[in-house]
Design a protein around this ligand. Structure first.
Ligand code: MF3
Ligand code: CO
Length: 251
């Protein structure tokens, strides 16, 4: 499918979707504490999203059974919420959520500390977030997609971390996943030329150890192969004539 350029009307709807998703993440992060189950997070997230008049876009997407992906510690992404999985002090938990507002999607993820966590885990979360912002330095019209990918990888690897290869970011709009793919690691080809009106979900997934991941028997949960911790940070962004607009972040 071709990469679409969104109209001003579509961008306005994606701004609204992004604002609602940003608020959802703030409320979720503030609610995280030891003793909660991952299902509690899903219930709360779905309630917040529906309370804003949006649809949780992950629910039933390719058969995914919940509204929020909740991935703990060595789980990278797509953890399925469970009423048997309790969060403990010292865990890190990646929350990935998507909303649909009047037919337009926004997608964002954050990794959050459960109580007090180790300095090593803190650093992984912070570097993963910064990987996204390093990518943003190149998210400008006239640059190419691979400029973003290369910057993300270079920053993560400075710290000895592993950049996940098996999952990538994506275009977004009337569908959760649109073209182009947005890898978090350098490609041989420079990729598409970025143009104003393109909307992308940029989402570094960074492992403390090796980049390799494995799929669990539930066919969703992705874990690090070496058992190391993993963090995820994602926003939906708009390419403009100048700085990118970060649609799923509070302004
Ligand atoms: N946020 C994920 C992504 O960026 C989507 C989760 S897959 C779902 O691709 F099935 F849970 F929706
Ligand atoms: Co995404």
């Amino acid at each position: 499918m071709p990469v679409t350029i969104k109209s001003e009307r579509e961008i306005e709807l994606m701004r609204k979707a992004g604002e609602i998703l940003a608020r959802t993440h703030e409320e979720l992060a503030a609610a995280i504490r030891p003793g909660m189950t991952t299902m509690d997070i899903d219930r709360l997230g779905e309630k917040i999203i529906r309370g804003f008049g949006c649809i949780p876009s992950f629910k039933n997407y390719n058969g995914y059974p919940a509204s929020i992906c909740v991935s703990v510690n060595d789980e990278v992404v797509h953890g399925i919420p469970s009423k048997h999985r309790y969060l403990e002090e010292g865990d890190i938990v990646s929350l990935d959520a998507g909303v649909i507002y009047k037919g337009y999607h926004s997608d964002a993820a954050r990794t959050v500390a459960v109580g007090k966590i180790s300095p090593e885990a803190e650093k992984l979360i912070e570097v993963t977030r910064q990987c996204f912002f390093e990518g943003m330095k190149f998210a400008k019209a006239g640059n190419h997609l691979n400029d973003i990918s290369t910057a993300i990888q270079a920053y993560a690897e400075k710290f000895g971390y592993g950049v996940v290869r098996d999952l990538v970011g994506h275009g977004i709009g009337t569908h959760l996943h649109e073209d182009p793919e947005v890898p978090n690691f350098a490609q041989k080809k420079k990729g598409i030329r970025l143009e104003p009106g393109m909307t992308l979900a940029v989402e570094p997934m960074i492992n403390m150890g090796r980049p390799d991941v494995i799929w669990m028997d539930d066919d969703w949960t992705v874990k690090t192969e070496d058992g190391s911790l993993s963090a995820h940070y994602e926003n939906t962004i708009l390419i403009t004539d100048g700085e990118p607009e970060l649609l799923s972040l509070m302004h």
